[in-house]
Design a binder for this molecule. Structure first.
Ligand code: ADP
Length: 424
């Protein structure tokens, strides 16, 4: 008998990817597609149509010989990307609200109904998008429901209405600890629009028959709830035990730590996502690769890094920031970048910057612990900075912990792990 396969799809900011894995996590196929430019309907861009096209393009890209082996599908999408659909047809009834769009008008309203410092109290939260839509609409609100990007794409595959997961629903106001929407949210006139919520990687139902027939999936192929793109990227690293963490060294430095205790602190922008019986505690600093790119080209970074001795500590003490302001692990919106004195030797300069960023990383995990999370025991690395072996060694010394490059970092791989989970 041939091995069963599990499909994960990641809908990111500029395109979508898929990964097809087996039970052991080996990749059998992967691919990607850019989003086609959205059609204009009136003077708005039909992003939902563009995502839908991409979803079916990815399914077409799947090797035909492997399709009959795919027993489960899950999808992740960008956090707080929101679609309002007609519950009779599933069709969007307005253009999608994109992950980074902010609704300051709605924020005032949301702040008046939600507890202080709640995750929804940000202009780009899903709840602000919902409130903004609700208040701008006069009629036809009875049959409307809210879905996140991943929920809607999954709906195209399973056809069951109004299903989400507690990672996507966090910025809508869902309480993952109580496993329900809070009373203050249920009391709102739009509460009928809130999707029902399950754990990520829960089977929702069978793949729609016509999709199954069109692409040649097996009869018992199921479609599972997904998660957000950044959580899917964490899942990809398979840091499944308490104390394991993933540091993402991209344009910014983001840390995520698996903890038995939930930690939220609005001062630092620290909050927790639920992952089954654990919490994924995260925070993001403004330091990171963007600063490096302001000073060096990627080629220079490679060449200069070669000249660094990572066993020696650099005495240069910087706080590299691309602009004024830091949130985590130091909450100081007026903090100015500190990148002086600059030594004449560029390799020495880079060493000082990399080591200073490593100290900020150590401080970040230290703060999470002070706020009540578990101590970090092992760090996996993702993002553009993960390939820098000298930096890895510097970080290992500064953190005093094993630091390695994550084997898998693609969110699509994390989504495939959710598909695997949901198939069991
Ligand atoms: P993002 O997706 O957040 O924009 P990436 O994960 O693609 O970022 O990482 C890009 C960052 O990686 C850039 O800001 C760049 O400075 C950094 N980078 C690239 N090469 C190196 C290197 N050799 N050492 C350290 N950082 C690097």
């Amino acid at each position: 008998e041939k091995e069963k396969l599990y499909l994960g799809m990641d809908f990111g900011t500029s395109g979508a990817r898929y990964a097809l894995i087996d039970k052991q996590g080996s990749i059998h196929a992967q691919g990607k597609r850019e989003y086609p430019p959205p059609h204009m309907s009136g003077n708005t861009k039909d992003w939902a149509g563009s995502w839908k096209t991409t979803l079916f393009s990815l399914l077409e890209d799947l090797p035909i010989s492997l399709r009959p082996l795919i027993y489960s599908i899950a999808i992740d999408g960008t956090s707080a990307t929101t679609i309002i659909v007609d519950s009779n047809t599933g069709d969007p009834i307005c253009r999608p609200f994109l992950y980074n769009e902010s609704y300051p008008d709605a924020l005032k309203v949301v702040k008046s109904i939600a507890p202080a410092n709640h995750t929804v109290c940000s202009g780009s939260s899903t709840l602000c998008k919902l409130v903004s839509w609700w208040n701008s609409q006069d009629s036809d609100k009875d049959s409307a429901i809210l879905l996140h990007q991943a929920d809607w794409l999954l709906w195209l595959l399973h056809g069951k209405f109004g299903v989400s997961d507690y990672n996507n629903a966090l910025k809508l106001g869902y309480d993952p600890e109580a496993d329900s929407y809070p009373k203050w949210l249920i009391a709102q006139p739009y509460s009928h629009m809130l999707p029902s919520v399950t754990a990520p990687g829960t089977s929702v139902g069978s793949l729609k028959e016509h999709v199954r027939m069109q692409f040649g999936f097996p009869e018992d192929c199921v479609v599972c709830t997904g998660t957000t793109d950044s959580i899917a990227a964490f899942l990809a690293a398979r840091a499944t035990e308490t104390g394991k963490a993933v540091t993402s060294l991209g344009s910014t430095l983001a840390v995520k730590l698996l903890s038995t205790k939930r930690v939220d602190d609005a001062r630092y922008g620290v909050y927790s996502h639920r992952l089954d019986d654990k919490w994924l505690v995260g925070g993001a600093s403004n330091t990171g690769g963007a600063v490096l790119r302001q000073i060096f080209t990627d080629e220079q970074l490679d060449e200069l890094s070669e000249l660094i001795d990572p066993t020696k500590s650099s005495l240069l003490d910087y706080y590299p920031l691309p602009a004024v302001g830091e949130r985590f692990p130091v909450a100081d919106l007026g903090m100015t970048p500190r990148l002086h004195p600059r030594p004449t030797n560029d390799a020495e300069y880079l060493h000082g910057i990399l080591e200073s960023i490593a100290r900020i990383e150590a401080k970040a995990y230290g703060l999470l612990k002070d706020l009540g999370a578990n101590s970090v025991e092992e760090v996996f690395t993702a993002g553009g900075g993960a390939k820098n072996e000298k930096w890895r060694k510097i970080r290992e010394r500064v953190l005093g912990l094993p630091v390695s490059r994550a084997v898998q970092t693609e969110a699509a791989y994390g989504a495939a792990l959710l598909a695997l989970k949901g198939a069991q």
